[in-house]
Design a protein around this ligand. Sequence first.
Ligand code: ME8
Length: 515
Amino acid sequence: MTDTSPFYITTAIAYPNGKPHIGHAYELIATDAVARFQRLDGRDVFFLTGTDEHGQKMQQTARNEGISAQELADRNTAEFQKMAVLLNASNDDFIRTTEPRHHEASRIIWKRMADAGDIYKDSYSGWYSVRDEAYYQENETELRDGVRYGPQGTPVEWVEEESYFFRLSNYQDRLLKLYEEQPDFIGPAERRNEVVSFVKSGLKDLSVSRTTFDWGIKVPDDPAHVMYVWVDALTNYITATGNLTDPNGPRAKYWPADLHMIGKDIIRFHAVYWPAFLMSAGLPLPKRVFAHGFLLNKGEKMSKSIGNVVDPANLVEHFGLDQVRYFLLREVSFGQDGSYSEEAIATRINSDLANGIGNLASRSLSMIVKNCDGRIPTCSPLTDADRAMLASVDALHAITREEMGKLMIHRALTAIIAVVSEADRYFAGEAPWALKKTDPERMGTVLYVTAEVVRQIAILLQPFMPASGAKLLDLVAAPADKRDFAALGEAGRLVSGTPLEAPAPVFPRYVAPEA
Ligand code: ME8
């Protein structure tokens, strides 16, 4: 039975204080692959991405550039929107936290927390990292060469100001109970352990407003305060559903979210603060928060000072979009840090794509075009080898569904590529070119089985490489209404007699340009 229920998935919303980098691209690509997978599998998907435009970091960067924070946000948000198009992201909406709908939703959530008695006025003094937009306890910081750093290695500054507080300390037990009762709430396991020990070590009330700058959403009834940027930022996820502002609207059904995809550096905000805010506001909690790892350039952290920050647009222009998508999703164990280099991308492209699926498709389909009157051949009785081959490809739907459900994206791809390798061995073993003279009927069957493998692999590759999956489906003349997962397995088998065009290459070999 197909599950057609709503599936709401989000990326983090990036700070548009600069142009998007490969880390942002990675998160968007991975989230897009999951969104597309669920959509093809029948779910009613709502996929959200966007930008986090308020806060001190935005205001400081804008000041340094001599422009307004709004101008900075407008300029860089346009870059993030361009990146989403470039990466072929299938997001259904793009939220900007400066939009009126978001101001309204943020005020509603604030009032609900205040009505619950969880917000009080006091004054804050402590450490703050503008780069992380995070408060840290002194024991989380470290003094090096006269500069104090937070746990993420960013400098912290001393802040003293009047501020509203959220009674986070009241939520310690409820949060621990949540992690206990819903072990899947936080993934992967390393991040879960990290959060559990952070919460067990004791939660202090959280400063949730600022008075020393004004680039944010004003606190209801106290305009001298703007909301702490993370209160407003996290609320974006619910804003976009209209659940608070338009509860009878078409998207209200998407809250609570099924999955927040984020990077490992912001797990505390999503797995501690966010569920506590929602509990206070009397709203349902997201079902899952999953943190991916960081992308490193040849094992080194990307930084503007080292000068190794990679512009995703350059990478895509050089290698091709689907090649980059495939590389990132296959190479990195999802949830762990990953490293990329031009050499590693080139190796993957050539071994898995050009020599793998590309070669299998072009060899088998061009033989059909040449030797079977350009039509999908008929199938004579199947041998054990044919049946085993079809059984392997038919099993992929269940395997990939299971892996994608666990967010083991790389393992879903490994399973698909393993069937490509099996089909290579099958094709070589059956040697249809030798059967051409001796047993053309048997040749037809081998080519049918191979083309059927290509068809199903193409359907399953669409979430990861949407354009290439579609091109492969064109090559086997798959009708438009037979491209989702309902057409996998026996239900969508190739129809003998269907005319095919001579196959155009889908995955060319990568040859490094002369230095
Ligand atoms: O954190 N590799 O925004 P952001 C992989 N506005 N992922 C990376 C990365 C890297 N090298 N660098 C950053 C924020 N990311 C907040 C989020 S959500 C309500 C607010 C990821 O622009 C990072 O982990 O600093 C985060 O998930 C996303 O990019 C945006 O980071």
